[in-house]
Design a binder for this molecule. Structure first.
Ligand code: SAM
Length: 274
């Protein structure tokens, strides 16, 4: 592995290289990170072969995460963030953005990949308002009952539930809608949902081809139409500007060309539970 992190807290967690790629590490390749194996780089290369814009798209996804967390922490007074499928720590994580707006903001990261916990522990050792949990979000009851999550988050107060770049790793038969509805039931009104997903574009055969590559190489991949993505916001008020290509959601800078695949291949939005 091309990582050189060797902090003592990391050694508490054993991360086995079983020779298989993982979504967390493939995404790390896309973000030009160092925490990945050759097998992850192979999947990234195969995906980039189909859609060369994927690195740009990953950056749009991170940039939107930053804008949404900043907006909710600063303008909406949200103090609790549940970041599901959080990925490996990278440049500007949820807790950094949220705690910049409000140092008391609490963040729980959840990821299925234990490498996220290993790296998270290393960088969060001194941050009492942030925790990392290893859990499978396909089992929302288990996630919601996790003692670390319960210790930090108060479910009587609004929470921002983040499903950023994760639903396209859940197949329909894994019931991602049931997941969203279980989460919606668990949080009080005034809570927010932030969701992004790969988009099936009718004018881009690459979007379907990418789904095929992800499924065959990573074992997970579900590209959704904008209408399918909108169904995840059922029962919520959708904040303006709606469910849109990521760079178009309350951009910091003017988007000069919104027609490219790089701009349109991921769609997302923010919903509020009333
Ligand atoms: N949320 C981050 C972002 O948008 O920048 C990272 C997204 S990354 C593409 C997807 C993450 O979801 C990976 O770290 C992967 O390990 C995690 N993941 C995939 N399936 C999961 C599951 N069933 N439960 C929890 N995490 C999962």
């Amino acid at each position: 592995m091309s990582t050189d992190h060797t902090t003592p807290s990391e050694s508490e967690v054993v991360v086995l290289d079983d020779g298989l790629p993982t979504a967390a590490r493939v995404y790390d390749v896309m973000l030009n990170g160092k925490d990945n194996y050759a097998i992850d780089r192979q999947v990234a290369e195969a995906s980039l072969g189909v859609m060369p814009e994927l690195k740009e798209i990953a950056l749009h996804n991170r940039a939107l995460l930053h804008r949404v967390v900043r907006f909710l922490a600063k303008d909406k007074g949200i103090t609790q963030f549940l970041d599901l499928g959080s990925g490996l720590p990278t440049a500007r994580n949820t807790h950094e953005v949220a705690q910049e707006a409000n140092p008391e903001a609490k963040v729980v990261y959840v990821d299925i990949d234990p490498i996220v916990l290993a790296h998270g522990r290393a960088i969060l050792a001194d941050n009492p308002n942030t925790k990392v949990v290893t859990a499978d979000i396909r089992n929302p009851a288990e996630v919601l009952a996790h003692p670390d999550l319960r210790e930090l988050l108060d479910f009587d107060q609004p929470v921002c539930v983040m499903l950023c770049g994760i639903l396209h790793h859940l197949m329909d038969e894994e019931d991602p809608k049931g997941l969203v509805s279980a989460l919606l039931d668990a949080v009080p009104s005034g809570s927010y949902f932030f969701i992004t997903n790969f988009t099936r574009l009718s004018d881009s055969p690459e979007s379907e081809e990418l789904e095929r590559v992800l499924l065959s190489q990573l074992g997970t991949g579900r590209v959704r139409t904008p209408a399918e993505l909108a169904e995840f916001f059922d029962g919520m008020e959708i904040l303006p500007p709606g469910i849109v290509p990521l760079p178009l959601w309350r951009p910091d800078e003017l988007v000069t060309d919104a027609t490219t695949i790089g701009v349109r291949f991921m769609t997302g939005g923010v919903g509020r539970k009333n």
